[in-house]
Design a protein around this ligand. Structure first.
Ligand code: SF4
Length: 380
């Protein structure tokens, strides 16, 4: 069995950004203390329920949110400790924490490093103050730059930066400025997302009020190409639709999602996929914490994945990777033949150059990545 990933969802934020559709809530200190205890119990309970004689091996821990950096170093250390007690966590495990720039300080970052965190993912989102204000972010670009410098000073040699493109009012030149900002602080990894506006996002109202809109689709495509070209030239090679890294700094945790791996999720709303079964924990933080305190089950939406479900998921997630999927491996693992099932549907995409089939691997071209939703819909 390949080592597991362990995901811990920290739902607290100091302010709610106007485009955010994650499972998050405003910080509440008394609830935070109960949350930390509940997550630790959740980890222990799940591990105790496994029918293995020895603890299962894990080689990644990922604190996502929300804003995990609102937890104290001692709280993060206690959760890592619970993971180590419950699972056989590799000594060189990748331990990532998402950090918002405004929560960073030299003391806090040194504390997180001492607690065992060895990779930071900093939510910069933009290196332009006007865009950060429009998104309702707390930090400005100067604070973001300081956070990266403080991370390096605290001993982090694996730092990732998140940016969002296709923001309302953002031109190609504005976006270039953000990428230049990213390149100037020399991260080891970059996650470059397109803004997805969910139906009732407050940012939509703000856009309607101020008469600002997103650039046309063609400009969004240019932004994407520009971003991947610029970070590539700076030594960060694209390895997934939205991610690029220096060689050896790809996110080991996220690769589990894209490479048919297994992971446990702890905390409100966290998903798990282990042994062909998928479930999530109840999403509302209060409900999650109260249920754990009462000794009740927090598992919901449990689904046994069929062989066909797993095969389709392995295809869809694997095609997000630049290297794509090994067609023969999928046939061997799941006994299903992609050409027999989808050959007719895939032919037009292969002919148009959106998909490539080379040396036994099926993969999206750069152009195909821009239209990934359309191409991957073939498998759904
Ligand atoms: S900090 Fe992140 S999780 Fe929190 S509200 Fe903003 S976008 Fe959402």
């Amino acid at each position: 069995m390949a080592p597991l990933g362990l995901y811990i969802h920290v739902p607290f934020c100091s302010r709610i950004c106007n485009y955010c559709n994650f499972n998050r809530r405003l910080l509440d200190d008394p609830l935070k203390a109960r949350f930390v205890a509940a997550v630790r119990s959740h980890i222990e309970c799940v591990a105790a329920g496994l029918s293995h004689t020895a603890p299962r091996a894990a080689d990644t821990i990922y604190f996502g949110g929300g804003t995990p950096s609102l937890l104290s170093p001692a709280e993060i250390a206690s959760i890592i400790n619970s993971c180590q007690q419950a699972f056989s966590v590799a000594a060189d495990a990748e331990v990532t924490m998402e950090v918002n720039p405004e929560t960073a300080s030299p003391e806090a970052l040194s504390g997180f490093r001492a607690a065992g965190v060895n990779r930071l993912s900093i939510g910069v989102q933009s290196f332009r103050d006007d865009e950060l204000m429009r998104l309702g972010r707390v930090h400005d670009q100067a604070r973001a730059r300081r956070a990266v410098a403080e991370a390096r000073a605290a001993g982090f040699d694996n730092v990732s930066i998140d940016l969002i493109m296709w923001l309302p009012g953002q031109s190609l030149a504005d976006w270039r400025q953000s990428i230049e900002g990213l390149v100037s602080v020399a991260p080891d990894h970059a996650s470059l997302y397109m803004l997805e506006l969910y139906p009732h996002a407050p940012l939509r109202e703000e856009m309607a009020r101020s008469g600002v809109s997103q650039a046309p689709d063609d400009d969004a495509a240019d932004m994407y190409e520009l971003a991947m070209d610029m970070v590539g030239a700076a030594g960060l090679a694209q390895y997934e639709i939205s991610n690029a890294a220096r060689s050896g700094f790809e996110s080991a945790h996220n690769l589990k999602y894209w490479m048919d791996g297994e992971w446990f999720g702890f905390g409100p709303g966290a998903h798990s996929t282990v042994g062909g079964v998928r479930w999530k924990a109840v999403s509302a933080t209060e409900q999650f914490v109260s249920a754990i305190e009462a000794g009740s089950d927090v598992q919901t939406d449990r689904r046994v994945l069929s062989r066909e479900d797993r095969w389709q998921e392995a295809l869809i997630t694997g095609l997000r990777l630049v290297e794509g999927v090994a067609v023969d491996d999928l046939l061997r693992n799941y006994g299903l033949d992609i050409w027999a099932r989808y050959g007719d549907h895939l032919a037009p995409y292969l002919e148009a150059g959106l998909l490539r089939h080379e040396e036994g691997r099926l993969r999206l071209s750069r152009q195909g990545m821009l239209l990934a939703n359309e191409v991957l819909a073939v498998f759904i």
